[in-house]
Each structure stands twice: as structure tokens, then as C-alpha cells.
Design a protein around this ligand. Sequence first.
Ligand code: ADP
Length: 310
Amino acid sequence: MNKIFFLGECMVELRAIDDNTMEQSFAGDVYNSAVYLQRCFPGIKAGMVTAVGTDALSEKMIQKFHHESLDTTFVFQHKDKVPGLYLIKTDAVGERSFTYWRSDAAARYLMDFLSDDVAGLFKTGDALFISGISLAVITPAARSALWSLLEQLKSRGVTLIFDPNYRARLWSSTDEAITAFQRAFQLADIALPGVEDLEVLFGISNAEAAIEYCQSFGIREIVVKNGPESVLTYANGQLQKHPITPVTKVVDTTSAGDAFNGVYLGARIQNRSISDAVQLAATAAGTVIQHPGAIAPAAAFRAAMVTAGI
Ligand code: ADP
């Protein structure tokens, strides 16, 4: 059976419930995608490629990976570092703000663990997903090792998937991000950009231009997300526009794109058509944004996806 791996950072999430209480969970773009894929498609093996620490929260995070049935072959434990952490605060009018403690997180040192021997465990036909956030969190000193790994995996027949999630504060300059993203586009077999991310870095403000931009790198399957607007795809010489039904009661848009990515990729691995995959992915994203936080409750999520025909 082929596997799909998600490379990047999973963080400890703290949410202030009131002045004296915090609720703790785990989240991070690639982790969110892996969870939603695995929940919808138990027949596929999804795994994390990340580094955590040996502290109590890292142990709890690994337990959570197991609880979500994620493969942990490539989850490493750094002996001196701990996971990144962020706090969500919601003000009196419901506006959310985030504070991060992630500048020395264990995941930044992931490349220390990905030796050639470890890389050799990836098989032809496996897939590896990276996001713009994955690229940003790997220490700049280790990025050349990441590019070598990706090139090596691609040459061995591993499918590379890229979502250029852009978080300005994680980069020292826009030029640094542009260079890294262009290199990732060059390697990608499948790209799942959001228009918003491309707009800031490349001045691309609509889905058609996003498709054209990705085509210039020879990417074979391109899926452009644009919030509640339609999704535009390109593959096998065919451009398709997929309508999205806007959700009227949006609670929290965190991880809409992540849920979309995970479910789209799972559906495609199971040989669903591009239109079916987009519709399932849009249902997943539309469900997730009706719940607070990155990870929607499993039962409600599953019920919506069963109704949608997974
Ligand atoms: P990101 O979270 O990466 O910024 P988008 O905002 O483009 O991604 O949203 C990803 C997907 O989530 C969209 O393609 C769409 O399927 C779904 N989505 C986002 N906002 C809405 C909405 N208001 N109503 C319905 N679906 C939405």
C-alpha cells in the first residue's frame, strides 16, 4: 500500500477559555491535513515527518498522532528541544489573535534526523506533502539538506506535493520566501495554492493567473483554492471550475485549506476524479469552518463526510 507523508511542524495549541483556564490541543498545517485525510480514508496510510522533544507534551503529541491513526515512522525526538507552542486569544468582539513560541522548536531541527538511511525508507509511489510553513520552519542552515532530500525522493519516484502557505513572520524577507517557493514549485508534481498566498509574494490576484503561474513550472496537477469562491483545477490539459457553496455560519476559518488539502489528496489517492475530490474536500473545509479550532470534533466531521459520500 502506498503512503502519504506530511512534513512540517505540529504545535501545542493553548486556547484561553477564561481568565484562569486554558484548553490544550495540538495543531499545525501539515498535521491538520494528515488528520483529516486519515479520518476520511482509513484505507490510506498517512504519516507525519517531524521532530518533537522528549518532554511530557511531546509524548502526549505522539500519543495524539497514534490516536488519529497517523504513521510515526518519521517522528523523531530531539533530546534538547521542545515543540513550538501558540496561544489563541479571542477578544470581546470575537476577534482572534495568536502568540507564538516556536523560534527554537524541535521541528526546526528535523533535517538532523533525515539521514540517507532514513530517506531510503520512502518507497516509489509514496507521496510527500510540504507547505510553505514547512519550508519556513526548517532552519535556514538546513534548507540545502531539505532540497537534496526532496530531489533524491523525486528521482526515486516519490510524488511531491506543495501548498505555498505563506506566513510573513516566519521569513527574514519576502525575497527569501520567493526563492524557496519557486524552488518548491520546480520540484512539485501537485500544487494546491491559495490565491491569497500567491498574491502577497507574486502579485497574483486571481485563480486563472495562479494556474498559469504553476503551469510555468510544469506541475501536472494544480488545484487553486480561493476561500468561498470556486476552486479552479488544471490537469491532463483540462481546466475545470468547481463551484463552492458558501457556508453561511462561519465560526472559525482556521485550517479550512488544510482540511481541503488532506481530503483532496486522500480522494485522489483513492482514484476519485478531480471533481469528486474537490467536492469532498470542499465539504470537509466547509464543515471544519463551522467548528472552533483547527481540528473539528471527529464525530461531527465524519458524519458530514459520510453524508457527502466518502
Ligand atoms: P486557506 O485556509 O488556505 O486560506 P481558503 O480560505 O482558500 O484556504 O479556503 C480553503 C477552502 O475552504 C476553499 O477552497 C473552500 O472549499 C473552503 N472555504 C473557505 N471559506 C469558505 C466559506 N466561507 N464557505 C464555504 N467554503 C469555504
